[in-house]
Design a protein around this ligand. Structure first.
Ligand code: GLU
Length: 437
């Protein structure tokens, strides 16, 4: 039997990380079994569904590269529901009251859910009341539309958050009433916030696009979400291929996973460091525009190699793309703010003189040779000629060039900042009154 799974969001808001994890688990399950992954928009409740939300759901899934093989909207499928409702009406399994159609829950039955994650869960029909399947306005309710579609779409496994576990017996009863074989079910424990309460907006950013805005890579978010409730030994970092290969319901835990923002940052950092620098550079563009003084036209002119080097040398210290961009502002800004890290705190009479002399030498380097290796050679030769070492001026140069005490290597920093600004900034260092003896 072909594996067919679906992700069935109600388009009433953003796609949050809980939904994204459900989508991911379904997608991995399908891809690992050569099956189909279906996106079904459950928009029968038209008062709460919006087109904007549908767009955001699709954009979020696309950004995470969770591609779907088939796409449906429940509002376009009422024929299917009408047909099945008629069948149930004929069989006297539903009845009409006050304009609505009600499902007749059989008395004194036990409905057994053989859940692939949670195990066997029993429900007594005594505890279930008759429920509406079609509202008086003619729209169908979730449980009915869901079961009608899952059967019609030949879904083999229904996998969703355990907040839906209580709906499952109702859906099984609908299958039985229609003489249809129910699919297999798997319910994933909820994701909790760090306070061990169910993850919600109160916990800060919870939508997928919000994490994209924060500068999280899709590889990072996907890897992190995969580990929320699923494990494969002690392994933490998984490529997409590995996730597809290793994912199975056997290793989905029965207890809730806690959303640990620090861990997300750590995993994201691992992916930033693994990513091809050229590609990383491309994803940086938007953040550079937002976080640095670079203008759009300058960004367009920024050479690919420069962008690539920027990505490569700034990623070590930054766990998100946004932070990376922000920390590189000194490369693009005309003026540096030295208020927090004053040059004079690192400057002596002697280093001022040395830096002044170095600035003159660097001034002579042709623009096209202004590259890290060459700059290192010139600097070291000059210092050696004065019986000095890099340690005598490195820190004050760094502060002068960047306004900070930490930065990428001194020479790549020089290369990225560019000749004119390097000589200007070093001249400024040389003309500052030293604050250290
Ligand atoms: N529309 C439901 C939701 O968004 C789908 C539940 C299911 O997967 O059956 O929660």
């Amino acid at each position: 039997m072909t594996t067919r799974v679906r992700f069935a969001p109600s388009p009433t808001g953003h796609l949050h990380v809980g939904g994204a994890r459900t989508a991911l688990f379904n997608w991995l399950f399908a891809r690992g079994r050569d099956g189909d992954f279906i996106l079904r928009i459950e928009d029968t409740d038209q008062s709460r569904s919006t087109e904007a939300s549908i767009d955001q759901i699709k954009e979020s899934l696309s950004w995470m590269r969770l591609t779907w093989d088939e796409y449906y909207r429940q509002t376009e499928r009422s024929g299917n529901y009408e047909e099945k409702a008629d069948l149930l009406l004929n069989r006297d399994r539903v009845y009409e009251k006050e304009g609505a159609l009600w499902f007749r829950v059989p008395a004194e039955e036990t409905v057994l859910v053989k859940d692939q994650v949670l195990g066997r869960v029993k429900f007594e029909t005594e505890d279930l009341k008759d429920f509406v399947i079609r509202r008086s306005d003619g729209t169908f309710t979730y449980n009915f539309a869901c079961a009608a579609d899952d059967s019609e779409m030949e879904i083999s496994h229904v996998m969703r958050g355990d907040d839906h576990l209580n709906n499952t017996p109702k859906q099984i009863l609908i299958y039985e009433a229609l003489d249809l074989e129910p699919p297999k079910f798997a319910h994933f424990p909820m994701i909790l916030g760090e306070d061990h309460k169910r993850l919600s907006k109160r916990h800060g950013a919870t939508s997928v696009l919000n994490y994209r805005e924060k500068g999280i890579l899709p590889e990072g978010l996907t890897n992190f979400l995969a580990r929320l409730g699923w494990s494969h030994g002690d392994k933490e970092i998984f490529s997409r291929q590995e996730l597809i290969e290793y994912f199975s319901l056997d290793n989905v835990g029965e207890s809730s996973a806690v959303f640990d923002e620090e861990k997300l940052l750590w995993i994201n950092h691992q992916w930033m460091k693994r990513k091809d620098p050229e590609k990383l550079g491309r994803t940086l563009k938007k953040f550079l525009l937002e976080e640095t003084s670079i203008r759009e036209d300058q960004l367009d002119e920024l050479e690919k190699t420069r962008l690539t080097k920027l990505a490569e040398h700034f990623r070590e210290r930054n766990k998100t793309l946004r932070k990376l961009a922000k920390s590189s502002d000194f490369v693009f800004s005309r003026n540096i703010d030295y208020d927090e890290t004053p040059i004079e705190d690192h400057l002596t009479e002697e280093s001022a003189e040395l830096v002044g002399e170095l600035a003159k030498r660097l001034e002579e380097v042709p623009e096209e040779d202004f590259k890290a290796e060459k700059l290192e050679e010139i600097t070291r030769d000059f210092l050696a000629s004065r019986d000095k070492g890099l340690g005598d001026i490195a820190q004050v140069c760094r502060v002068g060039l960047t306004g900070r005490e930490v930065s990428p290597g001194l020479f790549i920093t020089m290369e990225l900042v560019g000749k004119d600004r390097v000589t200007d900034r070093l001249t400024r260092v040389a003309t500052t009154t030293p604050g250290v003896d």
